[in-house]
Design a protein around this ligand. Structure first.
Ligand SMILES: NC(=O)c1ccc[n+]([C@@H]2O[C@H](COP(=O)([O-])OP(=O)(O)OC[C@H]3O[C@@H](n4cnc5c(N)ncnc54)[C@H](O)[C@@H]3O)[C@@H](O)[C@H]2O)c1
Length: 363
């Protein structure tokens, strides 16, 4: 491989609508993320939203007017029972998803659920099993995989620029310690909610799920959030050949210091990725580096990509890339990390086993 011949164009990594049939969407939850990313992405990608619901009548009505949705109401049944709705899109909190789960699954329609699918491993495993038992396709919206800056890294890994990947490292520095927002009151928000994107991406890039994690976290003096907003997750792989680390400091005081970097190292070369660019270096051309600017944005573009993946999976009769079953692995890492940080010990992922069918029937 020669760096001069290496090409990367936006069409290689930008999310796009699926080939073939598109499905009409019903959105439950018309809050921040629905308005900031779901509705705008569906408009940009040409997807049709047939109905929306929010327990807050003003939110439902505002979404109806702003996004031109034919039907809106306060009852999720407005979405679930509408024959025009073919995919149920859940933009409510995990707690609400759990409460509504029997009705949602009972509707029998394919589901795209916001992450984190559930705030506990047990709830996620049980809800996944309920959907499987009902024969309902369930995908978790780990849309960061379709963000242009992440999709570009994945394309380059698949083209073999790194050779055999033996190290993946992620460092993110940002700030979300807002006392007036829901996440300040959510236990383990940084690890279980926002941070699940990054452990999911570590799995996506490396193609592997760790066997154990060692996680440290720290509270900052005077912070508003109930749980630590800074953590480091070190991942252990029993069969060796890979080291992975995620450092997410989400309480960095000065915006001037906010940044993000991915480092993927392999036997033949390395990829460094930032939100605005991606760079490749190779062992056999030690003085050279090739950098491409990234076109497109995570918000809202990636949300059109993840919904497009669910539609493509339905067209192909296959499991979506971030199916609930696949996502249990990312959730298991997040749950193990929270336990590791709380108990100051390395936690093996096998501590989080799926309840068997027998247990499931009893729950
Ligand atoms: N990049 C991402 O993937 C991303 C980013 C932000 C948030 N999220 C996730 O999206 C979810 C929602 O976050 P948000 O910031 O939009 O929250 P939010 O509080 O702004 O919105 C949630 C909405 O759900 C509505 N709701 C509550 N109970 C309901 C019910 N029973 N039926 C219908 N609607 C109901 C609320 O009225 C509110 O409008 C969370 O799980 C969050 O983690 C994901």
């Amino acid at each position: 491989m020669n760096l001069s011949d290496l090409r990367l164009s936006p069409s290689d990594y930008r999310p796009r609508p699926p080939d073939g049939r598109r499905y009409r969407i019903g959105v439950i939850g018309c809050g921040s993320i629905a308005n900031a990313a779901h509705f705008p992405a569906y408009r940009d990608f040409g997807y049709e939203v047939a109905a929306c619901a929010d327990v807050d009548a003003d939110a439902a009505e505002a979404a109806r007017v702003r996004w031109g949705v034919p039907t809106a109401g306060v009852d999720p049944a407005v979405v679930l029972d509408d024959p025009a709705v073919e995919i149920v899109d859940l933009a409510v909190h995990a707690q609400v998803r759990a409460e509504l789960w029997p009705a949602i699954v009972g509707a029998g329609k394919p589901i795209l659920s916001q992450k984190p699918f559930a705030m506990s491993w047990d709830a996620a495993a049980r809800m996944t099993q309920a959907a499987e038992a009902a024969g309902v396709t369930l995908m978790i919206n780990q849309q960061a995989r379709w963000a242009p800056q992440h999709a570009a890294i994945k394309v380059l890994i698949e083209r073999g620029v790194c050779g055999e990947v033996f190290s993946v490292a992620h460092v993110r520095r940002s700030f979300q310690d807002h006392p007036d927002r829901w996440f300040a009151a959510m236990p383990d928000f940084n690890l279980m909610d926002h941070g699940i994107h990054f452990v999911d991406l570590l799995r996506h890039f490396s193609g592997r799920t760790p066997d154990a994690v060692t996680t440290t976290s720290a509270m900052m003096q005077g912070q508003h959030s109930v749980s630590p907003m800074s953590h480091t997750v070190a991942m252990h792989f029993d069969h060796g050949g890979l080291t992975a680390i995620d450092h997410f400091n989400n309480i960095v005081q000065s915006p001037a210091a906010w940044s993000e970097a991915w480092h993927v190292d392999g036997t033949e070369g390395s990829i460094t990725g930032a939100p605005a660019w991606v760079e490749v270096t190779r062992r056999d051309e030690p003085e050279r580096r090739v950098r491409w600017p990234i076109q497109g944005r995570w918000f809202p573009d990636a949300f059109g990509g993840s919904m497009g993946e669910l539609m493509a999976a339905l067209n192909d009769g296959r499991e979506p890339l971030t199916s609930a079953h696949d996502n249990l692995n990312s959730l298991r890492i997040a749950a193990a990390s929270a336990r590791s940080a709380a108990e100051h010990r390395t936690v093996r992922l096998e501590e989080f086993v799926e309840p068997g069918p027998e247990t499931f029937r009893l729950l």
